[in-house]
Design a protein around this ligand. Structure first.
Ligand code: ADP
Ligand code: F6P
Length: 323
């Protein structure tokens, strides 16, 4: 009988539980034993590893976050520490690992795979900044949460004829802000991938009133040089000259804690099953993701060396539609 383990790492994402459930149940259906590693790579180092049965992953499909817990664990970058972690697996006879996580987590997967341990990655992060998957687990749910907030802000903004700025998550990537900005009808979108001048943001907001709009909305990614904090400071300093003030909402972790929607549950379920299948076929060292509607395996080496790019033509579309 084969023994494998599953770990969730980095930022949690709605749908991670569906992926855990798929890994556990498809693994068991092959006659394997499946173990859960608690609290990301930190739990792996500490040997916090328990066997999971089919019933242990019941009732979690609709729950956000991760049943296993997750962590940021900088020590895992150290090869000696990773060697200790692999010793924990050896003690338990575990021969393969499935890593559910984003960019950093898959760097960890690649490092383990490079050391000869059989690994399969599952693309999961709300940031959607992971090469090898057009969309990652959690993005769709996070976007819907952001959109609900934007829709509500527009209602109160219209009532008061106010300008609002909403900051969405995205450490290095503007995907969430760009997509939510377009879907929510923002007047201006600010993302790390495009240099922004705060005067242009002010001009876009003022222009909305000049064109007869009752509201003016800026959607900003947290990773942008001019994020909510920087823009709010600029607008306060220049308020007299700019002629209007700005209400600021930072959505933060609210975006990560939602109930996974159907897209994320199905994506996570398919990726979980595909990861088990890869390990069963002895094809290690790849990330399972969704590309052009298909579940596809991309070598982890490619995943960690290539950068996913944003389709910046969508920023132009957002500008046109904001007229
Ligand atoms: P995410 O996976 O959501 O992008 P992080 O970037 O915080 O989240 O990465 C999650 C964890 O992955 C880190 O805390 C660390 O344990 C591990 N990790 C990140 N980079 C590396 C690396 N270069 N080598 C080994 N492990 C890494
Ligand atoms: O998981 C990605 C992310 O949500 C980023 O968008 C954000 O910058 C970061 O995680 C926040 O990390 P933490 O939960 O550790 O505060």
């Amino acid at each position: 009988m084969k023994r494998i383990a599953v770990v969730t790492s980095g930022g949690d994402a709605p749908g991670m539980n569906a992926a855990i459930r798929a890994v556990v149940r498809t693994g068991i259906s092959r006659g394997w034993e499946v173990f859960g590693v608690r609290h990301g790579y930190a739990g792996l180092i500490a040997g916090d590893i328990t066997r999971l049965g089919a019933r242990d992953v019941g009732g979690i499909l609709h729950v956000g976050g991760t049943l296993l817990g997750t962590a940021r664990c900088p020590e895992f970058k150290d090869e000696e520490i990773r060697r200790e972690a692999l010793a924990r697996f050896e003690e338990k006879g575990i021969e393969g690992l499935i890593v559910i996580g984003g960019n950093g987590s898959q760097q960890g997967s690649y490092a383990l795979s490079h050391m000869g341990f059989p690994v399969a990655g599952i693309a999961s992060t709300i940031d959607n900044d992971l090469y090898g998957s057009d969309i990652t687990i959690g993005v769709d749910t996070a976007l819907n949460i952001a959109l609900e907030a934007i829709d509500r802000l527009k209602v109160t903004a219209s009532s008061h004829k106010r300008a609002f700025l909403v900051e969405l998550m995205g450490r290095d990537c503007g995907y969430l802000a760009m997509m939510a900005g377009i879907a929510g009808g923002a007047e201006v979108i600010v993302i790390p991938e495009v240099d922004t001048n705060p005067e242009v943001v002010a001009e876009s907001l003022r222009g909305a009133y000049d064109r007869g709009k009752a509201h003016a909305l800026a959607v900003v990614a947290e990773g942008a040089a001019y994020n909510a904090e920087a823009l709010a400071r600029y607008f306060t300093e220049h308020q007299a000259r700019l002629g209007f003030d700005l209400r600021v909402t930072t959505l933060g972790h609210v975006q990560r804690g939602g109930t996974p929607g159907v897209f994320d549950r199905l994506l996570a379920t398919r990726l979980g099953a595909a990861a088990v299948d890869r390990l069963a076929r002895g094809q290690h060292g790849a990330l399972l993701g969704l590309r052009q509607g298909e579940i596809v395996a991309t070598p982890l080496e490619e995943v960690v060396t290539c950068k996913k790019t944003l389709d910046l033509s969508l920023m132009d579309l957002g500008r046109v539609l904001a007229q």
